[in-house]
Write a protein that binds this ligand. Structure first.
Ligand SMILES: Cc1cc2nc3c(=O)[nH]c(=O)nc-3n(C[C@H](O)[C@H](O)[C@H](O)COP(=O)(O)OP(=O)(O)OC[C@H]3O[C@@H](n4cnc5c(N)ncnc54)[C@H](O)[C@@H]3O)c2cc1C
Length: 477
C-alpha cells in the first residue's frame, strides 16, 4: 500500500489505539510532558510532536509500529536524547510520534561464562557499566554522555568515544540484536554466537542506521576482563607530529595495553581553566599540545613500569616536553576532568562551528596544519580547538567564535567553514562524520561526500525495509 493511499484516522482515535497498546500513562500529549523529548542538548534543534509514546516491552514497540505504519504516522525513535546531529528530534510539523525507549531499561542477563550481556535498548550506558563490573567484567564503550545515553542509541549511532583504540566502536561490541521493523515484525537476533556464518550480516545494517531502518529493542553485547592495573599520564608536547610519534611509540611498547590516547591544544586547557579556575593544572609549564594517555591491563603487575619506560624512551627521542603520571585515583580523575570539561567549556565560550571528522591516523598532523590555517582564513580571529581521539584519527575540529564577536553572526558562517574544512578532509581521504552520525545536521552534505553507488544501495535498503517512510524520515537520507 503506498503512503498516499493510506488513510489517517482521526487523531483521537489514533491516540486511543496507542493508549490501548502501552497504557494511558505512557502516551504523552501535554506540552509540559513532551517538552524534554522535543529539544536536544545543544539547543540546535527543536521540534513538535503529535505525542510521545513510551513502550515498556518489545511487543508494545511492535504494536506501535504496526499501527503507525498502517495509518501513515511517522515515528522518531529516541533513547537518551544525547545525539549531536539532531536524529532523535521530530520535525516541526507536530504530526510525528516520538517513540522513547527509556522505559525499556532491563538488563536481561549478564553471562560471565560467555562474556556477554543481554540488555534492553533503553538501558543507560552507565547502568550497563555497573552491571558488568558487578560480574567482574568490563563493558568498554566510554562516552562523556554515558550517564544519559542508551545502548539502543549507542548502537543506532555506532558511537565511538575514548576506548575505540583498544576495543573498537559500538559496532565492534555487539553480537546480537533484536529489531522491530517498520511494519511491526520482530527480527529476533539475540544470539550470543561469536561465529555464525549463515548468510547476510543483518545486524550490521541496523548499527549506525540512526533509527531509519528499524527500532533496536535489545542487544547482546561483548564483555571483557576487567582491568586490574591502570596507568594514566598527562603529557605536554610541541606539535601534532610529536603526538603522532608518541602514539606509534606507545603502540610499539605497550601493545594491547594502550587503551586511551586523547589529545587537546593549550587553548582547550585555557578554556577549561577559565570556567573551572579551581581545577589544578597537571603540568607546571605551558605546552602547545597535550595528550592524555592511559594503559590498562587485566594483569596486576608491571604496568607502571611500562608507562615509565615508555615516557623515558619518548623523552630520549625528543618526542615529549614534559609528563606526569597519576599517583592516585584522585589524580587520574583530575587528568580526565581536563578532557571531559572541554566540550562544555567551549560551548560556554560562545558560538562554535563543529566538525566531527576522521582521517587516516598518519595524516592527522597534515590535516591539522591545513585546517587551522583555513579556519583563520574564513573568520580571522576564530579560535579552533581541535581535540579528541587521535588514536582513531578522529578530530573534533570545533571552531570557537573570536573573543567578543557576535554569536549569531559567527554561526552564520557555519556552511562556509564546513566547506573549507571538509575539502581538507576529503583531500586527506577522510570522512565528514567519524562518530556522531549524519542525522539532519549532515544529511544534505552526504550526497557530496558519499560514493554514489553506496548512496544508491542505502536508498534501496531504506525503500525495502521501510517502504512507507515511517521510520525517522528526513534523517540520514
Ligand atoms: C556530552 C556529550 C558527549 C558525547 N560524546 C560522544 C563521544 O565521545 N562519541 C560519540 O560517538 N558520541 C558522543 N556523544 C553523542 C551521543 O551521546 C551518542 O551519539 C549516543 O550514542 C546517543 O545515544 P542516545 O541514547 O542519547 O540516542 P539519541 O540521542 O536518543 O538518538 C540518537 C539517534 O539514534 C536513534 N535511536 C535512538 N535509540 C534508538 C533505538 N533503540 N533504535 C533505533 N534508533 C534509535 C535516534 O532516532 C537518533 O537518530 C556525546 C554527546 C554528549 C551530549
Amino acid at each position: 500500500m503506498s503512503a498516499t493511499l493510506r488513510r489517517l484516522p482521526q487523531t483521537n482515535d489514533f491516540l486511543n489505539r496507542l493508549r490501548d497498546i502501552v497504557g494511558v500513562a505512557h502516551v504523552l500529549t501535554d506540552a509540559q510532558d513532551t517538552l524534554p523529548y522535543l529539544d536536544e542538548p545543544r539547543g540546535l534543534w527543536h521540534g513538535q510532536a503529535l505525542c510521545v509514546v513510551r513502550p515498556g516491552c518489545t511487543e508494545e514497540v511492535s504494536g506501535i509500529l504496526a499501527l503507525c505504519d498502517s495509518t501513515g504516522h511517522c515515528v522518531v525513535p529516541q533513547g537518551g536524547n544525547t545525539g549531536l546531529v539532531g536524529g532523535q528530534v521530530p520535525d516541526c510539523s507536530g504530526k510525528q510520534v516520538v517513540l522513547s525507549l527509556t522505559r525499556m531499561n532491563r538488563i536481561r542477563e549478564v553471562d560471565p561464562g560467555s562474556n556477554t550481556a543481554t540488555v534492553d535498548a533503553g538501558v543507560i550506558l552507565a547502568q550497563l557499566h555497573a552491571a558488568a563490573e558487578a560480574a567482574d567484567r568490563l563493558f568498554p564503550l566510554s562516552l562523556a554522555s554515558e550517564g544519559s545515553c542508551t545502548i539502543g542509541g549507542n548502537l543506532a549511532t555506532n558511537a565511538g568515544g575514548t576506548a575505540v583504540l583498544a576495543y573498537g566502536n559500538a559496532r565492534d561490541l555487539v553480537i546480537g540484536l533484536e529489531v522491530v521493523l517498520a511494519d511491526g515484525r520482530v527480527l529476533s537476533g539475540l544470539s550470543k554466537l561469536r561465529k555464525d556464518n549463515t548468510g547476510y550480516d543483518l545486524r550490521n545494517l541496523f548499527v549506525g542506521s540512526e533509527g531509519t531502518l528499524g527500532i533496536i529493542t535489545a542487544a547482546v553485547v561483548k564483555l571483557f576482563p576487567r582491568p586490574r592495573a591502570m596507568a594514566t599520564a598527562f603529557i605536554g608536547l610541541a606539535s601534532p607530529q610529536h603526538c603522532l610519534d608518541l602514539l606509534l611509540l606507545a603502540q610499539s611498547i605497550a601493545g594491547p595495553d594502550l587503551k586511551t590516547f586523547e589529545f587537546m591544544p593549550q587553548l582547550g586547557l585555557d578554556m577549561v581553566a577559565g570556567w573551572h579556575p579551581k581545577l589544578s593544572v597537571p603540568l607546571p609549564d605551558r605546552h602547545d599540545w597535550y595528550v592524555l594517555m592511559e594503559l590498562a591491563s587485566p594483569a596486576q603487575d608491571g604496568l607502571a613500569d611500562t608507562m615509565i619506560r615508555l615516557l623515558a624512551a619518548a623523552a630520549d627521542q625528543g618526542i615529549v616536553e614534559n609528563a606526569v603520571v597519576a599517583l592516585s585515583l584522585e589524580q587520574r580523575t583530575l587528568f580526565w576532568r581536563w578532557r571531559e570539561y572541554l566540550p562544555d567549556a567551549q560551548q560556554r565560550e560562545g558560538g562554535s562551528i563543529k566538525h566531527d571528522i576522521s582521517v587516516p591516523v598518519a595524516l592527522v598532523p597534515r590535516f591539522l596544519e591545513q585546517a587551522l590555517r583555513a579556519a583563520g582564513d574564513v573568520v580571522p580571529g576564530a579560535r579552533p580547538v581541535p581535540f579528541g581521539h587521535l588514536g582513531d584519527g578522529n578530530v573534533h575540529f570545533n571552531v570557537s567564535q573570536p573573543v567578543g564577536a557576535d554569536r549569531d553572526g559567527f554561526l552564520a558562517r557555519w556552511s562556509e567553514m564546513n566547506v573549507k574544512i571538509h575539502a581538507i578532509v576529503v583531500a586527506c581521504g577522510g570522512s565528514i562524520s567519524a562518530e556522531h552520525g549524519i542525522g539532519v545536521l549532515k544529511r544534505d552534505l552526504l550526497p557530496d561526500f558519499k560514493d554514489k553507488v553506496a548512496l544508491d544501495v542505502m536508498r534501496v535498503l531504506k525503500r525495502t525495509l521501510d517502504p512507507h517512510g515511517t521510520l525517522n524520515p528526513g534523517k540520514v537520507l
